[in-house]
Write a protein that binds this ligand. Sequence first.
Ligand code: PEP
Length: 256
Amino acid sequence: MRVPMIAGNWKMNTTVSEAVALVNGMRYELDEIDNIDKVICPPFISLAAVGGLIKGSSIKLGAQNMYFEGKGAYTGEISPLMLADLCEFVIIGHSERRQYFNETGEIVNKKILAAPKVGLKPILCIGEKLEENEAGRTEEVVTEQLRSSLAGINNLNGLVIAYEPVWAIGTGKAATGEQANETIGLIRCNIADLYNKEIAVGMRILYGGSVTAANIAEFANQPEIDGALVGGVSLKASEFLSIVKQTSEIRRRLSR
Ligand code: PEP
């Protein structure tokens, strides 16, 4: 049975003191929820402060992005080496990076190749745009993104995939549980094809896109979905806690 995961992507929100207050408002309760990986991904500038607060707890830390080079004259960038000291996970290929910062499949692939070299576990985001979905191209787009992102990767060690249909991110219009389950099943088949069945069965694949405390059960109850990447509502401690608790309980019940 795969260990479920809920990851909170805070995006470009919170100052350092706001990040500290947000973590302080949920860290003890979050720490106690078992049977699930809980990952929070604050902005770079808050990683050290948040990391200090959750040290020794069961809460894990992730970054929202990174550059693929190790060091050098890349003003303003953050390297994998810098992150490796601070966190375990790193979100790579988020649709907002692809949309606003021109991240191509090639760049995503370079990042996916760079992260494990320093022990970072990527949370690789893939997902189709609205027009692609409406044209019935979801399978084609997601398969292409997956294959180009993973080109040259022989060992998936700890990598997590987040299926995030772009039309569902930050829109309040989530996919249905069935839709997400079907596409995630397809991603798993692709992993089996690219690697092998055992790796595919062990691979954690999350859903992301307008997940809330009110709809998480719909996703957590699906057999292919191993949790969620949560954006907007991960900034609300009580709602994030509820999402984590519900997922843990549902997955415990399903594993019986
Ligand atoms: C995200 O940022 O990955 C995301 C899924 O955002 P939201 O939950 O706000 O749709």
